[in-house]
Design a protein around this ligand. Structure first.
Ligand code: GRF
Length: 224
């Protein structure tokens, strides 16, 4: 009998409420994602993400960036925690720091981030407000590989939502967040199943795409 391969070991880095972490944990718990969150690491001691980890029985580790005496040492500690827990894929979920060379070198091609815009549009902060101010008709979220830039790595998956006339920053953010919770586990599943292949800046996905030529939504909607 051949042994079943171990599920993908995931390490989550989070600085805040951790709703994306929760979505990933939920997908695993109901058997739709064959992965295991081995550890959650935060740079904020009372981040709710750490509490969510504890509630799910996942090791929750605070690494104090002020103790560390510099970014390099901080990242070395974070990388040691991740490696010590058998992490194969690092998932940034509301992690409010830029990954530096130490983390990138410890997990080459093995760090995902999720960002609440349709990259490459609106990298950085306050992106829902900027999408509204610039009159974008669509926004959404992007899962991408992390490189040395800010929200610049190769794009793995995106979900698109309309921007409505009545939207505020909050309503748009909430609409996007609902899609984040679907797209992040999906992207992790593609990685776990070995379906992703990097070709330059493109991520090629070995997955069926039925009817892909016909997918389009129009905002404002086409009139009947
Ligand atoms: C999400 O909007 C994510 O796209 C961004 O930070 C937010 C984190 O939310 N990077 P949560 O902590 O997962 O609830």
């Amino acid at each position: 009998m051949t042994a079943r391969p171990l599920p993908l070991g995931v390490g989550v880095l989070a600085s805040g409420r951790g709703s994306n972490l929760q979505a990933i944990l939920d997908e695993i718990a109901c058997g739709r994602l064959d992965a295991a969150v081995r550890v959650v690491v935060s740079d904020i001691p009372d981040a709710f993400a750490l509490e969510r980890a504890r509630l799910a029985g996942v090791p929750a580790v605070f690494v104090d960036p002020r103790d560390a005496g510099g970014k390099e040492t901080f990242e070395r500690r974070v990388a040691d925690v991740l490696c010590g827990h058998g992490v194969a894929l690092v998932v940034l979920a509301g992690y409010m720091r830029i990954c530096g060379p130490v983390l990138l070198a410890a997990f080459p091609g093995r760090i995902f981030n999720i960002h609440p815009s349709l990259l490459p549009a609106f990298p950085g902060l306050h992106v829902q407000r900027r999408a509204l101010e610039d009159g974008a008709r669509f926004s959404g979220c992007t899962v991408h590989f992390v490189d040395a830039g800010v929200d610049t790595g190769p794009i793995v998956a995106q979900a698109v939502v309309p921007v409505l006339d009545a939207d505020t920053e909050e309503t748009l953010a909430a609409r996007i967040l609902r899609q984040e919770h679907r797209v992040y586990p999906h992207a992790i599943r593609l990685f776990a199943e070995g379906r992703l292949r990097l070709e330059g800046r493109r991520v090629l996905v070995d997955a069926p795409t039925p009817g892909a030529d016909d997918i389009a939504i129009v905002q404002p909607p086409l009139l009947a």
